[in-house]
Design a protein around this ligand. Structure first.
Ligand SMILES: [Zn+2]
Length: 53
């Protein structure tokens, strides 16, 4: 399997800015890999779609 964590840019909807964060990679039922992180500035949950596994 691929990496379990993702480090990179997420877009924070609350800050309206890109944030560097590390998040866990989860795979949804339809096979789309998503990274779930947390904004280091405001603590909002961040999601980033990484594409098909
Ligand atoms: Zn934020």
């Amino acid at each position: 399997m691929a990496d379990k964590t993702y480090t990179g840019e997420f877009y924070c909807v609350k800050c309206k800015a890109k944030r560097e964060a590390t998040g866990n990679i989860v795979v949804s039922e339809n096979g789309t890999r998503m990274a779930k992180g947390k904004c280091p500035e405001c603590g909002t949950n961040l999601n980033r779609i990484l594409g098909k596994a």
